[in-house]
Design a protein around this ligand. Sequence first.
Ligand code: CU
Length: 499
Amino acid sequence: MNRRNLLASAGILATGTMAARYGFAQMSSMPGMQHGGAVPPKTVIQPIEGQPLPMLKEVGTGANGELVAELRASPASAEIVRGMKTPILAYNGMSPGPCFVAREGDLVRITLVNAIPGQESTIHWHGMPVPAEQDGNPMNPVTSGERRTYEFRLPEGSAGSYWYHPHPHKFTAEQVYRGLAGAFIVKPRGEDPVPAAFGDTPLFFTDMRLASDATMPASTPVDLMNGRQGDFVLVNGAYKPELSLEAGTRRRFRLYNALNAGYLRISFGGIKFALIGSDGGLLEAPVADMTEVLLAPAERAEVLVPFDGSQRSVTVQSLTYDRGWMGPGAPSAAAVDLMTISVTGSAAASIPPLPSKLRAIADLGASTITKRFVFGETIKMGGPGGMSMTFLINGKVFEPGRIDETMKVGQPEIWEIVNPTDMDHPFHIHGTQFQVIDTEKSGTRVAAPFKAWKDTVNVASKETVRIKIVQDMPGDRMYHCHILEHEHLGMMGTLRAGA
Ligand SMILES: [Cu+2]
């Protein structure tokens, strides 16, 4: 039965009393519930907007080739709405946390201090090739009040746009939407094929929902089902910020979708730009004449955008994208303004050319091993509240300690990720970068248009995505949907890579 029929037969879609029928403990105190439905009340307050784009605070490698830092995760407050305090979670008082910048070959030694009252935490190095026991998995929690040091060396060829966020069992979604996430940029050991004159600016997108007192309300059943979407998308922690650039420049941006569940279909006011990088670093060559790039939650892209001065004010937007929605409260279908770039100086006759080549991307080798991962969702009856929704991979809800799949270190495999559900799900696996082979929908198979390193790939509703994957290090790795509320409700498994 498809989900809509399932819900209708369970009497959920029509009644508007979804909350009352779900078994979530915190329900009665949730904002929005007193309004007779599961839709949160519309925010009546507005964040401060139009401030200069904040630059992320960079923490770099020392002269000895070691990046040593401490990340203290703790409650903090932010002034999102003028004169009001929003309680958040922050790393070293900041959200996003510091932007780590290291080079291939560097040693990283970062200590997490968990000062979050009553909750475990970890730091997961999203997309980075780090040993399993250093990767902040849920089975290695740092309890409240404790600290632990993560240590790993960045291998050659690992330059890319990574990020970090907590990954504790049952608290990931909440800790991330409350503010815990940051960028981690690895630069090449040798010369960067992208000219330094193009700059290198991370745009770290998050989102936020605020109640009328500027606090962040707890997630509702609708949030858990669809993934929590905020009312405001922030860029480097600011709402609709402004950036000023000279005409005649080509700029390098690293785009990060760090939203819990929201998709970003980013355009630069119609300007044709070049895609030069994916989750795991540069492509082989720029892909020119792009007008938009779709980023599912956790995906990243590097782009080069020309500003010739013909547009004096460029609105960076997220265009509408239908990722599937269940029940009330679907986000607006209108494009969302993310930030404004004002272009100063006299219009330039020419823009510096694109680099023709970026780097070589190796093939992963032949494989005869195929695994299949099928997304699913179900409504579970029983319990005091009546029912709850769970999300599945291969018919199973995540269970700590259970090994769902095994593979041999160094041996490439082909994985088919199948999504028969009504909603898109971004598939992510820890510890490695994979390559997309092709996608298939309604019987039409489309080969990946170019080689790219990915750690997260969107699997649209009714679509199958085939990837080629190798794990180079032994250990247990999580794979899961990166709509964090779906991960929370069970859409996760454990892979054991061994000899
Ligand atoms: Cu999902």
